[in-house]
Design a protein around this ligand. Structure first.
Ligand code: GRF
Length: 189
């Protein structure tokens, strides 16, 4: 199963996938490429260091979102992936991308969707005062963190939590959830 992984940041969740592929935990998964929406991400840097092909479709280089979306779609298609994984990719993709990867665009989100969608899922959950939040792996459609849910797991909020401490605990679960999801998809489950 060939995957393209999209990142915008540090790519620590991506690293866990790279490690799982390297150690044989995901024997049927090949990371065809890692792409970012901006230059200078650690996610791309660590992928290149691992010998993975990388690309950047820099959002700021395009006059409008449609052109950027077209270029991102073409670039991803060029790797002939079975799935594209958004792992901390902080841009909403457009219809052209969703149509091209209909049902094969996977997103991870650090909250129990449909609660707390958007860029600040951890902060928003904390601000609301929920006692349980978690993470979601889902098939992404054209909405913001919407689409059929594949896996979810709860994480308890502690009284002393800050956004960072809670997000780190969520990420520990999120990484395993993503790897388990990829294993299922690769074996046709
Ligand atoms: C993850 O929690 C993801 O769900 C969110 O951003 C985080 C990515 O972190 N959108 P990293 O770049 O993998 O460290």
């Amino acid at each position: 199963m060939r995957i393209v992984v999209l990142v915008s940041g540090t790519g620590s969740n991506l690293q866990s996938v790279i490690d799982a592929v390297a150690t044989g935990e995901l024997p049927h998964v090949e990371i065809a490429a890692v792409g970012a929406d901006k230059h200078g991400t650690y996610g791309v840097e660590r992928s290149a260091a691992a010998g993975i092909e990388t690309f950047v479709v820099n959002f700021k280089d395009y006059a409008d979102r449609g052109q950027w979306n077209h270029e991102l779609t073409e670039k991803c298609l060029s790797y002939r992936p079975d799935y594209v994984v958004s792992s901390g990719f902080m841009r909403i993709v457009g219809e052209e991308f969703i149509d091209a990867f209909d049902g094969t665009y996977i997103n991870t989100h650090p909250a129990l969707l449909p609660s707390f969608p958007g860029a600040h899922g951890v902060r928003d959950a904390l601000a609301y005062g929920v006692k349980v939040t978690g993470c979601t792996v889902h098939i992404a459609d054209a909405g913001v963190d919407t689409g059929p849910i594949l896996r979810q797991e709860a994480v308890a909020v502690r009284d002393e939590d800050t956004e960072d401490t809670l997000h780190e605990r969520i990420k520990l679960v999120e990484r395993r959830l993503l790897i388990d999801t990829l294993a299922d998809l690769a074996t046709g489950k």
